[in-house]
Design a protein around this ligand. Sequence first.
Ligand SMILES: *Cc1c(COP(=O)(O)O)cnc(C)c1O
Length: 378
Amino acid sequence: MNETPMRVYAEIDLDAVRENVRALRARAPRAQLMAVVKSNAYGHGAVPCARAAQEAGATWLGTATPEEALALRAAGIEGRVMCWLWTPGGPWREAIEADIDVSVSGMWALDEVREAARAAGRTARIQLKADTGLGRNGCQPADWAELVGAAVAAQAEGTVQVTGVWSHFACADEPGHPSIRLQLEAFRDMLAYAEKEGVDPEVRHIANSPATLTLPESHYDLVRTGLAVYGVSPAPELGTPAQLGLRPAMRLKASLALVKSVPAGHGVSYGHHYVTEAETHLALVPAGYADGLPRCASGRGPVLVGGKVRRAAGRIAMDQFVVDLGEDLAEPGDEAVVFGDAERGEPTAEDWAQAAHTIAYEIVTRIGGRVPRVYLGG
Ligand SMILES: *Cc1c(COP(=O)(O)O)cnc(C)c1O
């Protein structure tokens, strides 16, 4: 595959993306599936993952920003695309002309999209976002009547068509959390109000990956799955990827840069937070926080070297970290798997999340631009 072994690279298995999309569709058989490919498909590469997801039956693609959605179109990707994170002055007209469904959370956005639609001489496809309790983006219940009324009026003048009504959960990764039921009720009420006022949405949606996996009554017409598409578990409490019927798509691999013997009592890496207990072999893994490995996982982050999972010895530095092989030996150029698939005995993104006191979303998404992506199953 690679004539020159690479320092560090992320192997992305597009067959895993396809299998995960099929598995998720089977979990939500009456809904369409949106593959969320924001932030470069959570670090996996937006365009190849979007295509793979479509091949496996994803009928929608979702991004946060309009720029991400426009980049999919620029790469020749067709089909429904929706984006939801707008700021005033955003590229509304470009999005309308590229047939992108745009989310509207407030009056300022509706005003801007109407004006852009008039300028473009086209009807904008908009989806009204309800804040059913997340308290982040979306329209508050108290402001819903005004937004719905204005959207219905804009629909009558032909500048917009309301294609969707949607919302987002705060705590779907904590099954049984009381907010889940309350958000479902608020969504039902806000949706019913919009429909009574003349909105006839093509898609109603609220489920993210955890809700898709745990809460069938949240599936409605469309599920918006991000992390699960990449075969990563949204929360340890929900189970491992294998337990969820998913397979991780990303494997982060490095080539050992150096192996050497050091005496007992030798400090390792910045700050000497690790000191060898006996004469031992150290191996240098040439990947660090500039590549996205969290520095706060120093001393804990796992890596598979020579058939054994070992822990970062001392600080994770910008470009490299060290593992203590003990009596074992290795060669420069030997493979180190930083994370991959537990079913293959490899550490996982979930393990790194635990080591860094964060969530697996952050681990895969932050794998840096300096790390080449190598695609399998293309
Ligand atoms: C990121 C995002 C998703 C996908 O969430 P996952 O938990 O990764 O499935 C869905 N909807 C919105 C609004 C998002 O921002």
